[in-house]
Ligand binder design. Sequence first.
Ligand SMILES: C[S@@+](CC[C@H](N)C(=O)[O-])C[C@H]1O[C@@H](n2cnc3c(N)ncnc32)[C@H](O)[C@@H]1O
Length: 367
Amino acid sequence: MSEGGELTSGFVELSPEHGEAGRERAARLQLEKAAVLADLGELEMEVRAYRSDVKALRERVAGLETELAGVYASRSWRITSPLRLASRALGGLLERGPPVARDGGGTASETGSARPASSPKGPDSSASELRSLAAREAGTLKSLALSGVHDLCQEKVNLVAGCVGTKSLRDFGGLWAVYGRYLLEPAVSLKAEFASMVDVTPRAEFDEAVRLAKQQNSRLEVEFINDDFRDPGLYAGLRPVDTSILFDVLLHQENYVNVLREISQKTKRFICVAQPCLKESEFFLPSSAALLQFWPEALKDKYREASLWPKEPKVARFTTGYWMWGHSVSHLMDCLYGLGWTLQSGGEIAGIVGPRWDYALLRFVRS
Ligand SMILES: C[S@@+](CC[C@H](N)C(=O)[O-])C[C@H]1O[C@@H](n2cnc3c(N)ncnc32)[C@H](O)[C@@H]1O
């Protein structure tokens, strides 16, 4: 090998004492070496040609990105955004024919070309994907950057405080560690008249938090219902409210769609949901959820990495105290969509709950 890394074809004269056999072997090896060097030379030329192609393509990509940035920044792009989305959805429908079910069958990729429903290459584009795409394009679902749990608590308060016009609100499972903060702080800032807490585990600290909130908002009436909100019997007696809060609780309920249905019927304007969600990339199909409570421990440990999911005892029956579900954001959006709600605003925070999860903050309004 030369200094520049190139192989050279060195030739060594053999003397008579190397013998006939030695000379023949050396000649054979010289020939083989010459052939390999010739192949190598050709390959090196190809590599040089590929490198130059790669360079040209990189330059082309850079040029296209600059052009695209100009288009995205233009006023006309923002104005026509909903039209482009609608035409993409329509294009997908026309390509796959009439839907079998609401989200059934067919595909339309980003470029609008169809993939067979059974394609092994990846998930099909579907209504849920289009809805989350629409949410992103409309700016209602944003990527948020937060530095830590303290900021996250404030974002949860802000999500509820942003439910403009709310005069009555209810927090489902709002006591553990926070003692009603996500109910009472917004109840004060929104000048609400009625705040309700439903939690199966009472906490004495809540009484003090209520006293302080009433100091700031003397018209505030607060009720505490010590009950299990999985129980359908609970809801008949509940007073309807403008806003319902479900923070870090849906992932603990085996019957979360029924819980959402009951809550939906008792909520007039907003439903706020916040919790860790598995990244969409963890699933093959959109709108998916994983029942992780009974996974093998080794797999759970992998998904606990840097997340908020603590080590928990192994259980053999649904247990609300421990993590049960890994929902995707598109799954939660579709569950609410099926009950007549659409995303008004929300964010996904990556990085604070490990590599496999995003923390979702979602505010829904009646469709
Ligand atoms: C993980 S903590 C969430 C606390 C708070 N919402 C937050 O975001 O930090 C779950 C809380 O919900 C309550 N909880 C969970 N499942 C419940 C159920 N089915 N019925 C009533 N309360 C429940 C627990 O007692 C606990 O206070």
